[in-house]
Design a binder for this molecule. Structure first.
Ligand code: ATP
Length: 799
């Protein structure tokens, strides 16, 4: 029966009926999309239908008496199990943690024909669906846009053949289409990242890390093929994240015709340094400059014949698509799908079909066909051997990432050396708690510096070590393998200059060791250190050098960056721990876990973790905890367990940031829930503690670390060039004071995917020093979504 709402002017208005489908190759995070469209769509008063099996599912069949009048597209699609089904709140339980797509996907040939699309249109109309959210790759989105552009004609044809009534033809005059990009390749233009790509990168890095240990044991070479027909994103990112020796990608074939010799030269040079393993990563669509495919078996033969290496081939294949989605894809799928529903609600017959994307950490809505057109241009540019254009059509950071890979992984033959007078003596030190990516940043800084001709020292044990003169010269092989290692090899502590360590000793040691640039890697203590060093520069000439901070803390509370190193690793630990906890709670039935997460006075981990695990409540320092709030949560949980099916009652999690309240501890909250829940539910606690600081850094943290480290070295060079050139032109020794300007003490941070140097002086007015965080943090925008996805209103929980 048609459900209707009464609008303000008293006219009856149809409820929006949204269909959601997943199409093309499966990608982890598609389920997060379906869940989010269903939950958010329902919360907005829409009816939401899942169209099973992608476009193939447009032939509806009768399900629970709800969606009749399905029409089979053609004989080849008769096999059962495909349908259009109305979804409710419970239909998507558990979806967040499941890889692939639970509503099925397919590559549907009939949809490429007008007859197929005509029947699809009929099925949608007969099911009352007026809006379609399509999650898939460029093929799926091309099909979706074509479908919409033909819609008027399809409706007329259906009416002419009397397959639909006049009323239906009038009611369904317009079709709304919104595209979500679900694809592991990250090959869609106009968005920084596609849903599923980061999970796929996780699978690749896990595999390469595993291959690494056997390669090291046997001193072997491995040639590893990863997916990517027209796009080298996966191969390049895996190369950076695992420290591979060489990568082959379709957009940028090796510059030499004789790439075999170029590759062997690099592999030989690395072996001569003492490397026991050689890892080559090849995108499946890799080409040489003449468009001849570069195949793994040929690479294997070259390494075996020319270098005598014991070489094996590993083709990762479909393992790359599989497994539970990582935190990033769960969050991406969730927030983009919310935007997709909003786009459906905002759409008019005149607006072109939008594609929901992500640019610099902001959800965007752009014309779908423009994005598809640009995407196809990359493949065309490759086909016409215009590789420069192919690279230019990729996102700007892709070029940066290629440079980062090359210049931190390949030891160059002096070709990118700076003139001798511009070469610096750089020191790097870690401060604060360990965070995933600290070692990766150090490795990248060391290798990039060596390629540029700098000398680089690791300072052991933070500023305490610095004051004692604990400088250790770092070399290429000394940091080999560091990119995949968690913790801090240099050693770290919380001592801050001027407060815990004598500033005079720090200045003395810097001068004694002739340090010309200082890189700090750490969290808020590192930020405070930066502030303190900047303050006293006028008293200590040896502090008049460029000083940078690479933010690294699981709390993600350093001003000047959207993401600090370690926060993605930590989110993934929370996700995998909560998945296990939910499974346990599910098995015990009617159990609520109160899970304590880190974060100091920042609710970042609880908010983003809450979105990624589907928490039913979160407690964060920014809001505090008070009795009415607890009462509201108890009532909410009671209502949930009252309506649950007792046979399969859900396990639920609440995330509580460690520092949120001294009174309402994790244990206290759990006991309150246990008492109040009575027979409805019980409660347990889980304190994740230091495991959140990670073991193996996530691929994103490794990549971010490598980019920030190389940009930090670029920053040092830029800040010192003028003084060094002047001294050189005057045939003088470099001055002790290389730079005094405010810009030369800066946080090297991420604004979305872009790297920026933000002077600490500029950041100070935007810092809440008392609560150790920026005054304004981007993730607050996601706070209310945690409650929306839990099926409750944000305001009621704030009361
Ligand atoms: P992936 O990136 O995983 O390959 P994709 O969406 O690009 O995903 P495709 O196989 O190209 O995967 O397309 C999926 C489905 O979308 C096709 O099976 C077909 O039903 C539909 N489709 C693709 N291209 C078109 C088109 N030009 N016209 C109509 N429908 C299309």
């Amino acid at each position: 029966q048609e459900q209707q709402d009464t609008s303000k002017d008293g006219l009856m208005k149809r409820r929006k009926k949204i269909g959601v489908l997943t199409s093309g190759g499966d990608a982890s995070g598609m389920n997060a999309c379906v869940r989010s469209v269903v939950l958010y769509g329902i919360s907005k008063g829409c009816d939401v239908y899942a169209v099973y099996e992608g476009y193939q599912g447009n032939r509806g069949i009768q399900v629970d008496g709800e969606c009749v009048l399905g029409v089979v597209v053609d004989g080849s699609l008769v096999d059962g199990g495909d349908y259009i089904r109305k979804m409710d709140w419970r239909s998507v339980t558990g979806y967040l943690s499941i890889g692939g797509t639970s509503i099925g996907t397919a590559r549907c040939m009939p949809f490429k024909t007008r007859e197929g699309r005509l029947q699809a249109a009929e099925n949608l109309i007969k099911n009352g669906i007026d809006s379609l959210i399509v999650c898939g790759g460029d093929g799926s989105l091309t099909g979706a846009d074509l479908f919409r552009s033909e819609w008027d004609g399809l409706v007329r044809e259906l009416r002419g053949a009397d397959r639909i009534t006049q009323e239906e033809a009038t009611t369904f005059k317009h079709l709304t289409i919104v595209g979500l990009v679900g694809s592991i390749d990250n090959d869609m233009s106009s968005t920084d990242i596609t849903i599923g790509a980061v999970t796929s990168l996780h699978r690749i890095c896990e595999a390469v890390d595993s291959v690494d240990t056997t390669a090291l044991s046997h001193s072997r070479a491995f040639v590893i093929e990863v997916m990517g027909r027209h796009c080298g994103w996966l191969a390049l990112m895996a190369g950076i994240a695992t420290g591979a020796d060489f990568v082959f990608i379709p957009e940028q074939p090796p510059s030499e015709d004789d790439w075999e010799t170029a590759m062997c030269t690099v592999a030989r040079r690395h072996r001569d340094l003492g490397k026991r393993k050689t890892i080559i990563i090849v995108a499946e669509g890799a080409l040489d400059r003449h468009l001849k495919p570069i195949k793994v078996d040929h690479i294997k033969d070259v390494l075996t014949d020319r270098l005598g290496l014991d070489t094996r081939v590993t083709i990762l294949g479909h393992t790359q698509r599989g497994g539970s989605p990582c935190a990033f894809d769960r969050i991406l799928g969730t927030v983009q799908s919310i935007a997709a529903v909003d786009a459906v609600l905002a759409s008019t017959p005149e607006t072109p079909s939008p594609m929901i994307g992500m640019n610099n950490n902001k959800v965007t809505t752009k014309p779908l066909m423009d994005a598809v057109r640009l995407t196809h241009q990359v493949a065309e540019a490759i086909e016409s051997q215009n590789f420069e254009k192919a690279m230019a059509l990729r996102d700007p950071q892709f070029l940066d990432e290629l440079k980062v890979f090359n210049e931190t992984t390949i030891l160059y033959d002096n070709s990118i050396l700076l003139p001798a007078h511009q070469q610096l003596r750089i020191a790097i030190l870690h401060i604060g708690a360990p965070a995933g990516g600290m070692n990766s940043a150090t490795r990248a800084a060391v290798r990039y510096s060596l390629n540029r001709g700098h000398t680089i020292y690791g300072v052991t044990n933070g500023f305490t070590g610095l004051a004692h003169g604990s400088f250790e010269k770092l070399d290429w092989m000394g940091v080999d393998g560091w990119t995949t290692c968690g913790g801090s090899y240099l050693g770290t502590n919380r001592a801050v200059p001027g407060k815990d360590v004598d500033m005079g000793m720090i200045a003395y040691q810097l001068q004694k060791n002739n340090i010309q640039a200082l890189m700090l890697v750490g969290g808020f203590e590192a930020y405070v250190s930066l502030v303190e060093l900047e303050k006293v520069r006028s008293h200590y000439p040896s502090l008049c050098i460029p000083i940078s901070l690479i933010p690294a803390t699981v709390s993600n509370n350093v001003p000047g960056t959207d993401f600090s190193l370690g926060c993605d690793t930590s989110l993934n630990v929370i996700v995998s721990s909560c998945d296990a906890i939910v499974q346990s709670a599910q098995s015990s039935r009617r159990r609520v876990f109160v899970v304590e997460v880190q974060g100091g006075r920042s609710g970042f981990l609880a908010v983003e973790g809450g979105l990624a695990v589907g928490a039913c409540a979160i407690y964060i320092p920014e809001e505090g905890i008070h009795l009415p709030r607890l009462q509201g949560d108890v009532n909410f949980l009671k209502s949930l367990y009252d309506t649950d099916d007792p046979q399969k009652s859900e396990g639920r999690v609440i995330l509580r940031t460690e520092g949120v309240s001294k009174t309402y501890t994790t244990q206290v909250i759990s006991e309150i829930l246990e008492d109040e829940g009575g027979a409805r539910f019980d409660s347990r606690t889980a304190v994740l503690g230091h495991i959140q600081q990670g073991n193996t850094p996530s691929p994103l943290d490794r990549i971010r670390a490598s980019r920030l480290a190389t940009h930090s070295i670029d920053f040092f060079e830029e800040m010192t060039r003028t003084a060094l050139d002047l001294a050189h032109s005057q045939q003088k020794a470099p001055p002790l004071e290389l730079c005094k300007n405010e810009e030369s003490v800066a946080v090297i941070g991420l604004c979305g995917v872009e790297v920026h140097a933000r002077p600490v002086k500029e950041l100070l007015p935007m810092t809440d020093m008392k609560n150790r965080k920026p005054l304004d943090e981007w993730w607050h925008r996601d706070r209310s979504l945690v409650d929306t996805m839990a099926g409750r209103s944000y305001h009621s929980c704030k009361e």
